[in-house]
Ligand binder design. Structure first.
Ligand SMILES: Nc1ncnc2c1ncn2[C@@H]1O[C@H](COP(=O)(O)OP(=O)(O)OP(=O)(O)O)[C@@H](O)[C@H]1O
Length: 345
């Protein structure tokens, strides 16, 4: 059932069309991630949902109740929406306990207990409660911001790049913890992020914005495997794009014959994700060897560049990012095999 319905929402700032007829439907208890290049309108959409801005056109409806249209606006504090932003935006002059308890009435008899419970929920040690925000690490501050947002028992939680200021390891731990916490509490959540991997791992629905419009919405896996266009394909991860001749469900390309889905035929471009391609230094029957021209070692992953004489976009050699210990060396010959089907554009 649709919980948040964004229908044909547009927003303009001067001559900039920040959002153009955006529609998005969000189910109760679900987690949606909004991704898109810088300036695509992600923050504008979040601000409209939160109630900090009024749409020029369209409607925003939460739990069957109109929140905003061009001539009407329920103010932010009456929407029951929690917001956690990139910097946490804690009140520097208040203790951690008072930051968490900001939305709980001072006179509430169980205030301290509720604050302690919320700190516990976000796994914040009780000794932190008497401290000030500047005495906490970035990750701890984000936990406080989350606890403060949870204190108001929001119907909807908006997370605006909440993990982006954290180190890689902590970022992943926080993302998993927050995701688990919100799922357990059954809170419908929208995450805006620059990190596509984070978005795919966090969400059950992914929305891609470009130039103020939604270009594709669906389960992360569907978008990753069946992107609506090349730009979306490359935006969501590494992709190997190859020219191919397609007939009877098989694409004939530089990597051999690869099955494709659908009824496409003729000269088309196909897409493979790097994890579909295995590189072996053992001779393989029916596969011709290809020379390695360059290796770029980058820790957990390495990029192998191959002399296939075929360009993915007309000029570039074929480069494949791999994750393995025994990277080949330039000058070696390798054998490429493909798993699964190719996607046809
Ligand atoms: N208050 C404003 N006044 C004028 N233009 C604005 C305002 N807010 C946003 N814009 C413009 O609207 C467009 C969308 O901005 P928005 O901040 O929503 O993008 P974004 O996808 O969140 O970008 P980023 O990923 O860089 O945060 C941009 O072109 C931006 O310059």
């Amino acid at each position: 059932m649709t919980f948040l319905d964004i229908h044909a929402v547009s927003k303009r700032y001067g001559t900039t069309q920040a959002l153009n007829a955006v529609s998005l439907s969000i189910a109760k208890g679900s987690r949606t991630a909004i991704v898109g290049p810088s300036g695509s309108g992600k923050s504008t959409l979040l601000r409209l949902i939160a109630g900090f801005e009024t749409p020029d056109a369209g409607t925003i409806t939460l739990d069957q109740q109109l929140q905003a249209d061009a001539g009407f606006l329920i103010p932010a504090h009456k929407r029951g929406i929690g917001l956690v932003s990139q910097d946490g935006a804690l009140f520097p002059h208040l203790s951690i306990a008072d930051n968490i308890g900001f939305g709980i009435e001072r006179a509430a008899p169980d205030r301290d207990k509720r604050i302690a419970n919320l700190a516990d929920m976000v796994e914040l040690d009780a000794v932190m409660l008497s401290r000030r925000p500047h005495q906490l690490s970035g990750g701890q501050q984000q936990r406080v911001a989350l606890a403060r947002a949870l204190a108001r028992q929001p119907r909807l939680m908006l997370l605006d790049e909440p993990f982006s200021a954290l180190d890689t390891g902590l970022r992943e731990t926080m993302r998993k913890a927050v995701s688990k916490l919100l799922a357990q509490a059954g809170i419908t959540t929208i995450l805006v992020t620059h990190d596509q991997t984070e978005a795919m791992s966090f969400a059950d629905q992914l929305a891609v914005l470009r130039e103020g419009a939604v270009v594709q919405v669906g389960p992360p896996r569907t978008l990753y495997e069946r992107p609506v266009d090349r730009e979306t394909a490359l935006f969501l991860g590494d992709a190997v794009l190859l020219p191919a001749t397609i007939s009877n469900g098989v694409a004939d390309c530089v990597l051999g014959k690869i099955p494709v889905e659908g009824a496409a035929s003729g000269q088309r471009d196909i897409m493979l994700r790097p994890e579909q391609i295995s590189i072996s230094q053992q001779a393989q029957p029916d596969i011709r060897p290809v020379e390695v021209t360059d290796i770029d070692f980058a820790g957990a992953t390495g990029t192998v560049t191959l002399n296939t004489q075929v360009a993915s976009n007309g000029t570039q050699p074929l480069s494949i990012r791999v994750s393995r210990l025994d990277l080949p060396s330039p000058g070696d010959f390798v054998y490429l095999s493909v798993e699964g089907t190719a996607f046809v554009f």
